[in-house]
Design a protein around this ligand. Structure first.
Ligand code: NAP
Length: 351
């Protein structure tokens, strides 16, 4: 069984806490070091973190002293997960990579870098080879891998089998995003209770761009991005966990909803045989009940790692339309990053 020491940067935040919860009993990774801002550094994790998870704070983490996010303070780990605020992630993640400490990040900062893999293991596992193009260290020991925006995860997981079979021509979607996606303390209660906010600043451009990198072809160490228009409207709704999307897709080839639904239902992920502890047996679950998926009922399916799909039907505009949903802080953040780390171990990048 592989065994590695991991650090968590941004450990006190919403995503950082999810890391600590998900890693508590991880068979391969042990949390050895926690980092956050100078506001938290020097305090015990119990004092520094306003714990918002529904299970008790793991004892191991509770007693740890929070460190500053300086690479020299993390020499005792094999790699770090990052749940850092994007205002500081460029500088801190870059510093760790330059110091030879691999970074597996949730932040948006390096997602568009042409040498940084934007990774969903079931969608584009081959893109991890891009790591070899990075120049943070001479010996290749320091590198960065990112996971996509939390809406993009269920979007591209469902688009992948459709794109392979029919070619995507265009996509229109509306996201109904849970408040945990805004971190802690996040959206003021007076803004969100009994309400829908029809704008999430900076979100739509990520939903427009990231699918084209995720579905890119890797050729001679370079990504050739796919090229289809995505039109997104990102909204915030009074749901705690689980981003739900309505997605309408146009295809290059002729295809109908029954064919699309069968493809999503039968889709086997290319990493199914690798034995990664956090990989769901099936990345997509297609629900037959027309009332599903619902965030409260299905966000936790397969430990929050599965994308739920429902209401696949022929569309009046473009070709087909469906509903997709995934847990934003698990599959769309910490759980996705942990699965990335597992793939990186299996492929020999973490040793
Ligand atoms: P959050 O709750 O606001 O947490 C931010 C973390 O960054 C805290 O641990 C904070 O530490 C730390 N931090 C802030 N300033 C710092 C500094 N100057 N130096 C070192 N650490 C600093 O945010 P979040 O929702 O967990 O999101 C974290 C990252 O993941 C963001 O980049 C976000 O865009 C991304 N993400 C979030 C989600 C989601 O669903 N929430 C999904 C995908 C990606 P202190 O507590 O000490 O201030």
């Amino acid at each position: 069984m592989p065994s590695y020491n991991a650090g968590v940067l941004g450990a006190t935040g919403a995503v950082g806490q999810k890391f600590i919860r998900l890693l508590e009993n991880h068979p391969w990774f042990t949390v050895k070091a926690l980092g956050a801002s100078e506001r938290s550094a020097g305090k015990s994790y119990r004092e520094a973190a306003n714990w918002i998870e529904s299970t008790p704070m793991p004892e191991l983490a509770a007693g740890m002293k929070v460190r500053s996010c300086k690479a020299e303070e993390f020499k005792d780990v094999d790699f770090v997960f990052s749940g850092l605020d994007s205002s500081v992630a460029t500088e801190i993640e870059g510093e760790f990579a330059k110091a030879g400490i691999p970074v597996i990040s949730n932040a948006k900062n390096f997602r568009t870098d042409p040498t940084v893999p934007l990774l969903i293991p079931e969608v584009n596992p081959d893109h991890i080879e891009l790591i070899r193009e990075q120049n943070f260290t001479k010996d290749g020991s320091g590198w960065i891998v990112t996971n996509p925006n939390c809406v993009v995860v269920p979007l591209v997981t469902t688009l992948k089998p459709l794109h392979e079979a029919f070619g995507i021509k265009s996509v229109i979607l509306t996201s109904m995003q849970a408040i945990s996606g805004a971190g802690y303390p996040g959206v003021p209660s007076l803004d969100i209770l009994g309400n829908v906010i029809p704008l999430i600043g900076g979100e739509e451009s990520k939903i427009h761009e990231e699918p084209l990198k995720l579905l890119a072809e890797l050729k001679d160490g370079k990504l050739i991005h796919t090229d289809f228009p995505v039109q997104a409207t990102a909204t915030r709704v009074p749901v705690i966990n689980g981003h739900l999307l309505t997605v309408t897709v146009g295809f290059e080839k002729s295809a109908d909803a029954a064919e699309a639904e069968k493809l999503m239902r039968d889709w086997e992920s290319p990493i199914a045989d690798l034995g990664l502890p956090s990989a769901p047996p099936k990345p997509i679950k297609v629900h037959d009940d027309e009332r599903y998926p619902q965030p409260r009922l299905h966000a936790d399916s397969e430990q929050g790692m599965q994308t739920a799909v429902g209401r696949v039907r022929n569309a009046n505009v473009l070709d087909i339309t469906y509903v997709a949903m995934a847990h934003n802080t698990v599959r769309g953040a910490a759980g996705g990053a942990i699965l990335n780390a597992e793939l990186l171990v299996k492929k020999g990048f973490i040793s």
